[in-house]
Design a protein around this ligand. Structure first.
Ligand code: ZN
Length: 161
């Protein structure tokens, strides 16, 4: 069976940046996604199209097909007074924030100055080329419920309480 729309695909993968730093991995058959439902980045989904259990691929995916380029407009300075006074603000901390149009975004503190904090609303992997080493472990038909929910249930997927 081949990976295509409305199939549940279980993969093992190792993800590294261009410097060889490990970003993420799953090697125990615990990662499954619904093909064709935007569960994974578009560049990787395209490469997996037509693959079957036992196939391995090594692909390098540019930011435009992954988490996008870094948008400088999303890097902003905020007054220190906007943050809790009793918390020491440090680079790497993450906060929920609202954009002017009301969207909830996660921002990461990248620098702390005396009177202001530099925050970055880009995805942490924006601008990063993703180098995947992927082995397909299993491909199966999605259930009608999985297709309706647009995600995988059971092992490797969502569990509804
Ligand atoms: Zn569901």
């Amino acid at each position: 069976m081949q990976a295509e729309k409305n199939k549940v695909v279980t993969i093992d993968y190792t993800l590294k940046d261009n410097e060889g730093n490990l970003i993420d991995e799953s090697n125990t058959g615990e990662f499954a996604y619904l093909h064709g439902a935007n569960n994974i980045i578009p560049g990787l989904e395209k490469e997996l199209e037509g693959k079957q259990a036992g196939d391995s691929i090594q692909v390098s995916i540019k930011p435009e097909d992954a988490y996008g380029e870094v948008d400088m407009a999303k890097i902003q300075q905020a007054p220190r007074s906007m943050f809790p006074q009793d918390v020491e603000i440090k680079p790497g901390m993450q906060f929920h924030a609202q954009t002017p149009d009301g969207q909830d975004v996660m921002v990461t503190v990248t620098a702390v100055e005396d009177d202001h904090v530099v925050i970055d609303g880009n995805h942490p992997l924006a601008g990063v080329t993703l180098n995947f080493d992927v082995t397909v472990r299993d491909v199966r038909d999605a259930s009608a419920e999985e297709i309706e929910h647009q995600h995988v249930h059971g092992p490797g997927g969502h569990h509804h309480g």
